[in-house]
Design a protein around this ligand. Sequence first.
Ligand SMILES: Cc1ncc(COP(=O)(O)O)c(C=O)c1O
Length: 442
Amino acid sequence: MDKLSEFAKRYAESGVSRFHMPGHKGVTLHGLEAVDLTEIKGADFLFEPDGVIADGERLTADAYGSAATCWSAEGTSLSIKAAVCMVRQYLGRDITVASPRNCHRAFLNACTLLGIDPVWIYPADKRSLLCECAVTPDDVRKTLLNGGVDAIYITSPDYLGGMADIRGIAKVCREFGALLIVDNAHGAYLKFVGNEHPLGCGADIVCDSAHKTLPVYTGGGYLHISKSAPKELVQLAKPAMAMFGSTSPSYLIMQSLGMCAEMLTGELPQKLRDCCERTAKVKALMKSLGIPDLSAEPMKITVGASKAGYDGGELAELMRENKMECEYSDPDAVVLMLSPYNTKTDFERLERFFMKLEKRIPLHNADCTELFGVRPEKVMSLRSAMLSPCVNIPVDESEGRICARTAMSCQPSVAAVMAGERISAEILKILKRYSIFSIDVI
Ligand SMILES: Cc1ncc(COP(=O)(O)O)c(C=O)c1O
């Protein structure tokens, strides 16, 4: 057991009268109160750790081979804000960050709070997936050649399992002296199943949602600083996390991060590899049945629903009827996230479902290439728009208005319109296609 969990367990068994937060005083009401603590003596402080939390973070950093890893009890959402802030502080002046438009709203919030107006990278290759922004090293090079960009921000893997060429992008960033931040929320496990974790591919700062793919409570995440990144970033990490984080981080989440760190030095990496192998078998079965899998990730399956003749929502409902709940569905895709904690039954149920799935001719859904084709007119900065008063109106009435809060059908997908951009007739159509029927406008 990790040191933080050991401390919490000992404390729960000590019979000490709790004259401290939280208000439940360790009484079992929901289930885990006994070990749900706060920053008492011995429990360490997340934002200034020198005890059991520092030990757990060091263990995590060793498992990932990072220069330093900070735990987050508020997901990758917190790590992303801290990462952007660290670049701003490291350079000590206003900065420009460039990103494809499939970024999570935490990045938009970071830019708003830090007064950064992002530059959007439009991929030359117009793919057809909602969450994918298939930027290549060449796309990044073109952006950097325009000058004035201090950092590149890439989301990889994306929600649908698309993966960017981080190695190639990192090389271009180094050539131009730009820092590389990667939102690797979906890829915390990648470190243990191959060579595709962004830390090993040359990224400077990497944000992982441990909870998405590892056995960690919802909200557990990491902020990693690479050994090849400027050394000063390590010192900036904790204060940056503290700037945006709650002063009451969940000790339950941190204990699960601690336990996971221990497990990563034990059998968990092998279990992750086994899970990828098992997932590969499902992917092979799908291929033999002619059911498309759109995911490049080894532990995620993205069923190409419309290509298989189904609306994604309908397919998700059919799965529900067969006792399976997906992570996400839209008209074109159904996302399934797997982990070593899926049982044999789960895998067999999924395979039976695919084997019985009625064969249909592909649906002619309009693809999302239009998302990459539109270049909305920018009317004001992201920050000005995000901080403006706004009204929520039906999308049908929004043509010509300025978007006040970026509208995405899921987090994060490619935004048809960002805050500060004008809603055109074309954008209006895209919003409705992705079931966005009302929108905040200035
Ligand atoms: C690509 C991506 N980045 C960031 C986040 C935010 O992560 P978290 O929920 O851990 O804060 C998500 C959440 O779904 C995500 O899909």
